[in-house]
Write a protein that binds this ligand. Structure first.
Ligand code: SF4
Length: 378
């Protein structure tokens, strides 16, 4: 293993209500949470022996809506991970929460338990957009939950916003960005809505109820995001992720982007240890059944070819502000990046979409607007 410090992801597959655009695995049968927690404990116990000499410095509890779990369920998960894995005390420990499922007591409990980063799924600061996205919360919930979490001692908070979705207007999006800035979170994630098959939104799109934005419209929203956040002191360290200071960059997500190993627990969770990627069974029923039989709930394992690993490495690194380090690339793939891709990339350099600085090759700010097209040339 190249990097000695790996990450742990826990997928909590429960939500109060399914949002129309969401294709993450989550269910609304909240009476199954205890059954899930028991199975999760078994999965952690069964998995841990293979990682006895591994150190971990990030835990990310996502979902779904982890903040729906009660105090005793969250305590069980936290203590089980710490009992079975070597977790560094100076780590980054994130929990996702949806507004409306948190209050001061729950936030204080999470902070005291040891979580030191909170990710709040706000998505918009306008009720009409929240209703369009079928979110359960109000704007007031976002502000109340944010302030309660600050008071509870969270000094590292991320706010998720959604951009470039049908129904959104530039004025409302600008206002949402300004309201986020007023709260001064340490980190802001801003993702474009993707119409995924098997979602209610996709079916509505097929019926002609709305259309996704075209790439020019998406680029307009992105330019607005960069301009407003940049003006407020937030820089993009990854295409969709902004922070005020380098120390608040999400260490766990950096592992995904840098091909550092991570283990995923819970239904549908993915794990990676080069060159292998594996994913768990998708449903809670299959997950519980496997674990009740004493089996790991892995549905699929794949050894990634060196070609796939290289493509992913380039794709993920070009999404980072620093870009791709040619020396690191050479160490990974035993070839010179520039000799391999110079001919293909020259047009992007000539047109100012890519740039070089020292050992780094990266997309320019203009290049970020066309990132998908540029990356597809590899
Ligand atoms: S709250 Fe999040 S995970 Fe749950 S349905 Fe909505 S988008 Fe999906």
């Amino acid at each position: 293993m190249r990097d000695p410090l790996a990450g742990i992801y826990v997928h909590i597959p429960f939500c109060v209500k399914k949002c129309g655009y969401c294709d993450f695995y989550s269910i609304t049968r909240l009476d199954s949470i205890d059954e899930f927690v028991n199975a999760l404990v078994s999965e952690i116990q069964l998995t841990a022996p293979a990682y006895a000499s591994q150190r971990f410095d990030t835990i990310y509890v996502g979902g779904g809506t982890p903040s729906l779990l009660n105090i005793s369920q969250l305590q069980t998960i936290w203590h089980c991970i710490h009992k079975h894995f070597n977790i560094q005390s100076e780590g980054e420990f994130t929990i996702e929460a949806n507004p409306g499922t948190l209050d001061f007591v729950k936030s204080s409990f999470l902070r005291n338990l040891g979580f030191n980063r909170l990710s709040l799924g706000a998505q918009s600061f306008h009720q009409s957009d929240l209703s369009f996205l079928e979110r359960i919360h109000s704007v007031e919930d976002i502000i109340k939950n944010f302030e309660a979490s600050r008071k509870a001692g969270f000094e590292n908070i991320n706010i998720d916003l959604m951009t470039a979705f049908p129904h959104l207007s530039k004025d409302r999006f600008r206002d949402s960005l300004e309201q986020v800035i007023t709260l001064q979170p340490e980190h802001i994630s801003c993702y474009t809505l993707i119409l995924e098959p098997n979602t209610k939104f996709y079916r509505r799109f097929q019926k002609g109820e709305f259309s996704p934005l075209n790439s020019d419209q998406e680029a307009d929203y992105y330019e607005m995001t960069i301009e407003i956040l940049d003006g407020a002191g937030y820089f993009a360290y990854e295409i969709s992720n902004f922070t005020r200071e380098k120390r608040w960059q999400c260490r766990h997500n950096m592992k995904y982007w840098n091909h550092v190993p991570y283990i995923g627990f819970g239904p549908s969770a993915h794990s990676f240890q080069s060159p292998c990627r594996w994913r768990n069974v998708q449903t809670l029923a299959a997950y519980v059944k496997n674990l009740n039989q004493g089996k790991l709930p892995v549905a699929q394992r794949e050894n990634l070819s060196s070609q796939t690993l290289e493509f992913e490495y380039i794709f993920l690194h070009l999404r980072l502000r620093n870009g791709l380090n040619k020396l690191d690339y050479q160490q990974h793939f035993e070839k010179d990046f520039w000799n391999t891709y110079q001919e293909r990339l020259q047009p992007f350099f000539s047109s100012g979409l890519m740039e070089q600085e020292g050992d780094f090759v990266r997309l320019s700010k203009r290049g970020w607007l066309l990132a998908d097209e540029i990356v597809s040339s590899f």
